[in-house]
Design a protein around this ligand. Structure first.
Ligand code: WTA
Length: 635
């Protein structure tokens, strides 16, 4: 009996129990019945969280693109696979069928091969949300190259760090990007980055905005003529189950970004299975996830999960506010979207613009609304439910991470009764638990603590690129034999989970994870700055925004503070990207420190949140007297 599609609550509980009691049998059945394998596995799962070493479907051979493309050709060749909606609403949408996508991917795969890319090589993809981005990702997978997609909002410094960390030999980019009324000079950013990336031999450039750019001889090539000349069939490389599929960088609370490594078979099985159930996708539905493919949500739920299920997946190039705040509703109406998956920050920004626009559109095609990226506050939840879903479409508050590869805790629409701000129940096969700060599991309901996962799941990241020790230290050392998520959570009286936010120094701004350390490092490069500390504070639209406390060197004290603020944000933009800019910058003579010299962010966070009634014991600080001054001068 197939458990691939769960249709009601009783079935959920029954399948969930089976997935936990007999995980090997359970996942074997799912993998066996719903995917195309070149060779079946010898072992479903082996794991040891103390090392950590996890393998799923060891011994199996496959190519994920045969699952995303080839196997649909017999029954869905003329079905739309990707529906591309351009930035400019007057530019026609493109319906790319499975057959066309198959040929485009094969052509791109042949181009990559002709440029010397081989199985296991890393390819950096730095593109806007245009079809070539999905094609590039799949073309890498076709030939067994490891894609490393870098979000096209990252700066040249951030891009260079990522290219060098993964040692990419080839970069795929475009002349530029459209973003609402603006254009962005992507190629210029790549050129800057490559000044410090000696190993990049080739840059393939998509023509998108027809801007004037410089092409470096012997390195840069326009992509289109190469695609035109390439054969439209390419052999799919036979991959092992645990061969890396991609690297995707995520911020850590310290140091440089972490290149999370996802492997092939487990990732495929889990993203496909979650997609089917979390969105209750039916054959003729049109599904739209508004995320950028530069983030994990786009990897798993624009490309791999939907395409494995033969779905129609929408790719939107633009922004929710262009040409006006009705754009999302316009797209939903135009393409008769059935499942809509977006982020709380977008919902809050849209809510701020009222409901006049929304009421002029027909949103009756909607069946499922999704939310991801940060906790969705109650007000936003109700606004989404009332005005977008008209109280008819369940809201899927899905909790997961770059590291988890797929959705971990989420209601299943029309299956799990929803509750505002709760991600509700674990997905099939997921065994979450809540730990207290001493490392004891809180077994009962109505408890709050730190969220861990006790048992492996197929799409978990296997390592951090080039840094297995950091992988172990970050995720498997806080609690013995557990994956530690870095999030706090509570479990209510019926066993529903609510995610309460990060418990480390990662701050989620508009759904983007930002580590405080890299931002502080950037600020500290300013010649007038002596030291800095970043904390998050609640923000109406972004969820959290960044508050920087900065101490200045003597020569900085005499400078105009507003100029300094601009310069600091300029440095951050250069090092990381505009998403990491500070909303508030407070200059202060000193930062509160422990006797061992650690900055007490807890206190700074409370001041930024304007919650100074209970700062806790500050008498143990090295310099308790500074706290009152900071409060007095707080912004
Ligand atoms: C947060 C995004 C509450 C959480 C898929 C997590 C959420 C981090 C939710 C991962 C949610 C994501 N409710 N918090 N539904 N979804 N988060 O790696 O703190 O970009 O650890 O993956 O976002 O962000 P990432």
């Amino acid at each position: 009996m197939s458990n691939y599609h769960i249709k009601h609550l009783e079935e959920y509980y029954q399948v969930y129990r089976k997935s936990v009691r007999e995980p090997h049998n359970f996942w074997e059945e799912i993998a066996e019945e719903h995917f195309l394998w070149r060779k079946k596995w010898d072992t479903v799962l082996s794991w040891d969280f103390s090392k950590p070493e996890i393998t799923w479907f060891e011994g199996a051979e496959l190519n994920i693109t045969e699952n995303c493309l080839d196997r649909h050709l017999a029954t869905r060749s003329d079905k739309t696979a990707l529906l591309f909606e351009p930035n400019n609403p007057d530019e026609p949408a493109q319906h790319i069928t499975y057959k066309q996508l198959y040929h485009q991917v094969n052509k791109m795969a042949n181009v990559l091969k002709s440029k010397g890319v081989r199985k296991g090589d890393r390819v950096c993809v730095y593109l806007p949300m245009i079809p070539e981005l999905a094609v590039a990702v799949l073309a890498c997978a076709r030939i067994g190259a490891i894609h490393s997609v870098v979000f096209a909002g990252f700066s040249s410094t951030a891009l260079a760090t990522r290219i060098n960390d993964a040692n990419c030999s080839l970069v795929i980019t475009s002349d530029g990007a459209y973003r609402g009324a603006k254009t962005i000079d992507l190629k210029g950013i790549v050129d800057d980055a490559l000044n410090s990336c000696p190993d990049v031999k080739t840059v393939l450039v998509v023509k998108r905005i027809h801007s004037k750019i410089t092409m470096k001889p012997n390195r840069d090539c326009w992509l289109q003529p190469l695609l035109d000349a390439a054969p439209n069939e390419a052999k799919a490389e036979v991959m092992k189950a645990e061969d890396p599929l991609f690297i995707l960088y995520t911020s850590g609370s310290t140091g440089k970004p972490k290149g999370m490594v996802h492997t092939t078979a487990g990732y495929m099985v889990y993203t496909a299975y979650t997609f089917k159930n979390v969105f209750q996708y039916k054959e003729n539905d049109v599904y739209w996830c508004t995320a950028d493919i530069g983030w994990i949500t786009g990897h798993s739920y624009i490309i791999y999960g939907p395409l494995c299920n033969g779905a129609t997946s929408v790719m939107f190039e633009g922004v929710p506010s262009y040409p006006d705040f009705g754009r999302f509703w316009d797209i939903i109406q135009k393409h008769k979207i059935n499942q809509f998956y977006t982020a709380p920050t977008a919902i809050r920004a849209l809510a701020k613009n009222g409901t006049e626009l929304i009421d002029t559109y027909n949103l009756s095609s909607l069946k499922v609304l999704g939310s991801v990226g940060e906790p969705i506050n109650e007000e936003a939840w109700h606004w989404y439910n009332d005005n977008v879903g008209k109280r008819k479409s369940p809201i899927i508050d899905s909790w997961w991470q770059t590291e988890t590869g797929g959705i971990m805790i989420s209601p299943l629409p029309y299956v799990t009764p929803t509750k505002p701000t709760y991600a509700t129940l674990p997905f099939i096969g997921i065994q979450p638990c809540i730990m207290d700060e001493h490392g004891t599991e809180l077994q009962n309901n109505q408890v709050e603590g730190r969220l861990c996962i006790k048992f492996p799941w197929p799409s978990m990241a296997r390592t951090i690129w080039n840094d297995h020790k950091r992988y172990k230290d970050t995720y498997f050392s806080t609690y013995k034999n557990m994956y530690f998520t870095g999030d706090g959570a509570l479990r209510d009286e019926v066993g529903y989970y609510r995610i309460t936010g990060r418990v480390d120094d990662v701050i989620i701004v508009s759904g983007h994870n930002l580590g405080t350390a890299p931002i502080e490092d950037a600020i500290n490069e300013h010649p007038a700055v002596s030291e800095s500390a970043i904390v998050g504070f609640p923000h109406e639209i972004k969820g959290h925004a960044l508050y920087g406390y900065v101490t200045l060197k003597e020569k900085g004290e005499s400078r105009d503070h507003n100029n300094l603020r601009n310069e600091i944000n300029q440095i951050i933009t250069e090092h990381i990207g505009p998403i990491a800019k500070l909303d508030k910058i407070q200059f202060t003579p000193s930062l509160p420190k422990t006797r061992s010299g650690k900055i007490m962010r807890r206190i700074l966070r409370k001041i930024a949140e304007k919650d100074t009634s209970n700062l806790g014991d500050i008498s143990t600080l090295l310099n308790p007297e500074c706290v009152q001054d900071i409060i007095k001068e707080a912004l």
